[in-house]
Write a protein that binds this ligand. Structure first.
Ligand code: PMP
Length: 406
């Protein structure tokens, strides 16, 4: 490659990367291949993982794999165009119908990715002169969607309805959008959906909920956090826009929004990543149609997952009392063990990794400074023995550290 001019700003990039390395903030990738259950190979080494969003283990499910295979044979592997031209396949249309029926919400729009859903849905709903009220711990895709909209962004303290009400009451903008994760991706706690909706009704706001981590997991038949709050079917509100990803419990890829006929029709007109991106290939919709059926009948898988969550929390109680670390309150597959500083989180991750266990260390800017953590993600494919192995490894690491400092 040719050399850059000595005064080019591009010369500074290697130093910027080095600065990240010095602060223990450098991100690296590993090459991963699935084995069975929660076991994978990482850079060729066998590992037990606690980092997947595949909460029900459906990414390897034979019914989904067969549906994708048949889909590819019948439909090919690419959609060939955007949904407004030739990309809206019969399979994609069937998926929207099936999701709406499963969720008990009037209408669904299916996007090629969850991230793309959020970054274009929010700017389609509000713009300059409007107001967005956003939970301080919302996911990056919601934050980016808010920024792209050019509306006035008013963050409220995490899960603090009084703070939200203070901002709503003071707002002069007529069009108000409240945006929140339904299950928070780094802490694992759940939003008070009924409380949020009551405020939206009082102040004439629309509520957008991102249930990436609750869809397929929470509520009756896994229909998600909105169903768990009793706000679907006859109790569905035209003030709620429910968003979910199809890449986590559903086991495949994609995103969707579900809501009233009027809001979904507007999004079909204005959501730019829907209109100007190639539609998801129909083979994925076929896999997702199989996934919806498995999720709907998945009470057994969800019971298994809940048992693992309870087992892990019980086991971590002794880790917490031995160390003073904090296990955040969570009833979801996301369990955050907050250790504080970045270096310690990385050390723990490395020590677990030496024992063949992969738990990711999450550091700023993904989480607030001083709250670096191990983010333990559970799945129905974990066995009771897998959880025991993680707890035992943590105890072994802690007693080694305590031995060293004694
Ligand atoms: N919302 C939340 C809360 C998420 O955690 C994620 C993914 N990490 C997304 C949206 C984006 O979804 P996808 O990965 O399906 O693009």
């Amino acid at each position: 490659m040719k050399a850059l001019a000595a005064n080019s700003w591009l010369q500074a990039l290697p130093q910027q990367v080095q600065a990240l390395r010095d602060q223990h903030l450098l991100r690296t990738r590993r090459q991963v291949a699935p084995q069975t259950g929660a076991h994978i190979t990482v850079n060729g080494q066998p590992m037990l993982q606690f980092c997947s969003n595949d909460y029900l283990g459906l990414s390897q499910h034979p019914a989904l794999v067969a549906a994708a295979r048949h889909g590819a044979m019948e439909l090919g592997v690419g959609a060939g165009g955007s949904p407004m031209v030739n990309g809206h396949s019969t399979a994609n249309a069937e998926l929207e119908e099936a999701l709406a029926a499963y969720l008990q919400l009037p209408r669904v729009l299916y996007f090629y990715a969850g991230f793309a859903t959020n970054v274009s849905v929010i700017p389609a709903l509000v713009g300059a002169g409007d107001a967005i009220f956003s939970d301080a711990l919302n996911h990056a895709s919601l934050i980016d969607g808010c920024r792209l909209s050019r509306a006035s962004i008013q963050p409220y303290a995490h899960a603090d309805l009084a703070d939200l009400e203070r901002l709503l009451a003071a707002s002069t903008q007529a069009r108000k959008l409240v945006v929140s994760d339904a299950v928070f991706s780094m802490d694992g706690d759940s939003a008070d959906i009924a409380g949020l909706l009551a405020l939206c009704e009082r102040y004439d706001a629309l509520l957008m909920l991102d249930d990436a981590h609750g869809f397929g997991i929470c509520g009756p038949e896994g229909r998600g956090s909105l169903a768990a709050a009793g706000l679907t079917g006859a109790h569905a509100s035209p003030r709620v826009l429910y968003m979910g990803t199809l890449s986590k419990a559903a086991g495949v890829a994609g995103g969707f929004v579900a809501g009233s006929e009027a809001v979904i029709e507007w999004l079909l007109q204005r959501a730019r990543s829907y209109t100007f991106a190639t539609a998801a290939p129909g083979l994925l919709a076929r896999a997702l149609l199989a996934s919806v059926a498995v999720m709907q009948q998945g009470d057994g898988l969800r019971a298994q997952l809940q048992a693992r969550i309870a087992q892990l929390r019980a086991g971590l109680a002794s880790v917490v009392s031995a160390t003073g670390w904090q296990l955040l309150p969570s009833e979801t597959p996301i369990q955050a063990l907050v250790v504080g500083d970045n270096e310690r989180a990385l050390e723990l991750m490395a020590a677990l990794s030496e024992r063949g266990i992969w738990v990711p260390a999450i550091r700023p800017p993904t989480v607030p400074a001083g709250t670096a953590r191990l983010r333990i993600a559970l799945s129905a494919s974990h066995t009771a023995a897998d959880i025991d192995q993680l707890i035992a490894a943590l105890h072994a690491i802690i007693s080694m550290r305590q031995g060293r400092s004694a």
